[in-house]
Design a protein around this ligand. Structure first.
Ligand SMILES: Cc1cc2nc3c(=O)[nH]c(=O)nc-3n(C[C@H](O)[C@H](O)[C@H](O)COP(=O)(O)OP(=O)(O)OC[C@H]3O[C@@H](n4cnc5c(N)ncnc54)[C@H](O)[C@@H]3O)c2cc1C
Length: 392
């Protein structure tokens, strides 16, 4: 019997790996193990069209029937036996020749919100369906966390005319991701669309009889809430790998070529991978759709021998849609960079450019896709360092 290539995780990183392998003529057997039931779907719509009701289902990621892949939905990997080269699952183990780990990440939970109905986290199709059902009852919504996910949930809730407050513990929105100029712009966008934005306040508790009725903040403020959505970051879904011999350090620690430290023939990609980024000279983990897709293509190229094999690099492109505005970012912005802004080429949007000294090293666009694309192309050719970033 031929020993298959096994891909664990059937979202964008895993599915794009299978697609890229087949597109490059890879003829080995492939098993795709995913704990989610049903066909693979794409996540970005979950906080946007699914919540507003503009779409009933998230888009399918692929037609797996065309890919000659042994898809095993609803099956969770529970361990990895590197010596025996077997993936352990809830119903037996699967031998592998090569293994691609693409198990993504899951929302970080806020202890102050535990134990109450009406508190939501958003990661899966089921999460989005249950939040959408709540939104149809016209609740007052408190969003905890002012990152991309929180901003998108607030935007979708306002599109439905709901009463929405964002509570952010840091002094401003998107602190971990963006400079002051950009976070101010995002805060203004929310306020212009009727979202109450409270920064520098932490949630200390939530109260209610059967379900949440009030959220309490550290300064004693109480906010009425029928629904609370927490978007306070994620942790890599790598618990199933503990004790396997792989190095787990806020993600599966990988070499520059995305192969896992401590193993041969094992790679990790997407939200669960922390690889050594040679352009930035440090380990980086991203939680962006485009990075997951690029890493899938890189690994497929390594397997088939017709891609770059030494070091994965990326411009770290990410987008977010909030209140009808497309926000896009590439490259680096951090404590060492300064930011300037200029109107976009078409006169309607705005482009922020982040400089290290005189050198432009990153950009953030508000409704300026062409300018951003031009900037991204320049960065691609330079393989620039990136800033580690999560979606919040
Ligand atoms: C609501 C939402 C909106 C987003 N919007 C944007 C956006 O607008 N722009 C952008 O750039 N990015 C966006 N992202 C981020 C982007 O979707 C993620 O970066 C991307 O999904 C990461 O893909 P992944 O395949 O690495 O991981 P995931 O999408 O997390 O998928 C991991 C898969 O592995 C499975 N799995 C986990 N553990 C196991 C196990 N033990 N055994 C078997 N299977 C397992 C999971 O069930 C899941 O199917 C969004 C994310 C979310 C949640």
């Amino acid at each position: 019997m031929r020993v298959p290539t096994v891909v664990v995780g059937g979202s964008v990183a895993g599915v794009r790996t299978v697609q890229a392998l087949r597109a490059r003529g890879y003829e080995e057997d492939i098993v795709l193990v995913d704990q989610e039931p049903g066909p693979p779907y794409d996540k970005p719509a979950l906080s946007k069209e699914i919540l507003t009701g503009a779409a009933a289902e998230p888009p399918a990621l692929a037609e797996l029937g065309d890919l000659a892949v042994d898809h095993r939905p609803g099956l969770a990997a529970t361990g990895l036996d590197l010596a025996a080269r077997r993936l352990v699952t809830g119903s037996g183990s699967i031998p592998f020749g090569r293994l691609v780990i693409a198990t993504g990440s899951r929302p970080r939970r806020l202890p102050a919100l535990e134990g109450r109905a009406g508190v939501h986290y958003l990661r899966t199709r089921a999460d989005a369906a249950s939040l959408r059902a709540e939104f149809t009852r016209r609740p007052r919504v408190v969003v905890v966390g002012g990152g991309f996910i929180g901003g998108e949930v607030a935007s979708s809730a306002r599109a439905l005319g709901l009463d929405v407050t964002i509570v952010e513990a840091a002094p401003r929105l998107l602190t971990r991701l963006m400079p002051l100029e950009v976070s101010d712009r995002v805060a203004r966008l929310h306020r212009d669309h009727g979202v109450r934005v409270l920064c520098g306040r932490s949630v200390t508790g939530c109260f209610g009889r059967d379900r949440v009725e009030t959220v309490e903040l550290g300064d004693g403020t109480r906010l009425d809430a029928d629904v609370v959505v927490a978007g306070i970051g994620t942790t890599p879904a790598t618990g199933w790998l503990s004790g396997s011999g792989l190095v787990l350090d806020d993600g599966v620690r990988c070499r520059p070529d995305l192969s896992a430290d401590g193993a041969d023939g094992v790679w990790a990609i997407g939200d669960c991978a922390r690889w050594f980024d040679v352009a930035s000279s440090r380990p980086v983990r991203l939680e962006h759709w485009t990075a997951a897709r690029e890493q899938a293509a890189f690994v497929a190229g390594a397997f088939t021998g017709d891609g770059a094999t030494t070091a994965f690099t990326t411009t770290g492109y990410v987008w977010s849609d909030q209140h009808g505005v497309r926000i896009q970012h590439v490259g680096r912005c951090d404590a060492a960079t300064t930011t300037s802004s200029s109107p976009a080429g078409d006169g309607r949007g705005l482009l922020f450019v982040h400089h290290d000294g005189d050198e432009p090293v990153g950009a953030t666009a508000f409704d300026a896709p062409r300018d951003l694309l031009a900037f991204r192309r320049r960065l691609t050719s330079a393989t620039a360092p990136i800033t580690e970033r999560t979606r919040g």
